[in-house]
Design a protein around this ligand. Structure first.
Ligand SMILES: Cc1cc2nc3c(=O)[nH]c(=O)nc-3n(C[C@H](O)[C@H](O)[C@H](O)COP(=O)(O)OP(=O)(O)OC[C@H]3O[C@@H](n4cnc5c(N)ncnc54)[C@H](O)[C@@H]3O)c2cc1C
Ligand code: FES
Length: 291
């Protein structure tokens, strides 16, 4: 297995070496929110090995445009590790084409890729999503509450006493399958910019409302647009608590060759260097990112 070097100087595994490239049959595909679709793929090798925070590169085999696969977070796995679900927002060429691909067709899927979330002991885990960033977080919350295991062999996750999920979106119609988070036992809080669901304001406003100032052993895990993740990282720094961020950098190759996906990450000497989100992320310590 290849190794890359992280910002802190410690070796990072090159996850592409243990990913699978498969033709995965679509077993379910439906709209779940405004411009948002959920797709279930039969991909046993990927579903059985993925851990929360990992992603797959997905491509439509019948099309050459777009030629390159796109990264999608593994939302959850089902059917004893035979199926993996992905939720996507219709955004550009790939997702516009994907929404019309019917059940029964196949997609080319390569994964699981990326590091996924680490599992330090935590009392209260706060998951913070902006927009479609929820997709990286459901499995982590389920795992930490003991509701599911992931990986092969299944990794042992220290239980959190409590998992709170804070989700911000432009308006109510953009929340997709929010009941998945409730069903997993998480406390769910919503914020919308127009006030059509939950608190009116940003997800950072929401954090101030729902997280008491003196929480023991708090940890934040966050995914969403970059400015939102920067604001959540600053919020966590003000509280003196760790914040993991899952970056959604555009990716071309997914295997560390093209440097499309780089992020500026601080090093131990006080400088920074470019790190590839596809093989050294997508999960980083938020305080290490030069936002
Ligand atoms: C690790 C990871 C996990 C992801 N998981 C999901 C997921 O679960 N669901 C989901 O809907 N999306 C997810 N994304 C984002 C998704 O891969 C991109 O939005 C992808 O570009 C969509 O492809 P497209 O062809 O539809 O749009 P494109 O044609 O690629 O993009 C349209 C426009 O958006 C810009 N753009 C593309 N990607 C980004 C980006 N990441 N940030 C800002 N601007 C961008 C492009 O420059 C272009 O102008 C994830 C990204 C990463 C890196
Ligand atoms: S996507 Fe090519 S190096 Fe990361």
């Amino acid at each position: 297995m290849a190794e890359a070097v992280t910002a802190g100087g410690s070796p990072a595994v090159c996850y592409a070496d243990r990913a699978f490239s498969v033709a995965a049959r679509i077993v379910a595909h439906a709209q779940v929110a405004e411009q948002t679709f959920r797709i279930r793929l039969e991909c046993p090798t990927i579903a059985a090995t993925a851990v929360p925070g990992q992603f797959a590169m997905v491509r439509i085999p019948s099309r050459n445009d777009p030629l390159l696969a796109r990264p999608l977070a593994v939302y959850d796995t089902f059917a004893e590790g035979r199926h993996a679900d992905f939720i996507y927002l219709v955004h550009g060429k790939f997702t516009t084409a994907l929404k019309d691909i019917p059940v029964g067709d196949e997609l080319l899927v390569w994964g699981p890729l990326g590091n996924g979330f680490d599992l330090p002991p935590v009392d209260h885990l706060v998951l913070v999503a902006g927009g479609i960033g929820n997709t990286a977080l459901l499995a982590l919350g389920r795992e930490r509450l003991g509701g599911a295991t992931y990986g092969n062999p299944a990794r042992v996750a220290p239980r959190a006493r409590r998992v709170t999920f804070c989700w911000g979106a432009r308006h109510a119609a953009m929340f997709a399958d929010v009941d998945d988070f409730r069903a997993a036992g998480m406390e769910v809080h919503l914020a919308t910019l127009d006030g059509s669901a939950g608190r009116q304001g940003t997800v950072v406003d929401l954090l101030d409302d729902v997280i008491a100032p003196e929480e023991p052993s708090l940890r934040v895990a966050c995914c969403g647009p970059e400015p939102m993740m920067a604001a959540v990282t600053q919020w966590a720094q003000r509280r003196g608590v760790p914040c993991d961020v899952s970056l959604e950098a555009p990716m071309a190759c997914g295997i560390g060759i093209c440097f499309t996906c780089v992020a500026k990450v601080r090093d131990a000497e006080g400088g920074w260097d470019y790190r590839r989100t596809c093989i050294e992320g997508p999960v980083f310590d938020g305080s290490s990112i030069v936002w």
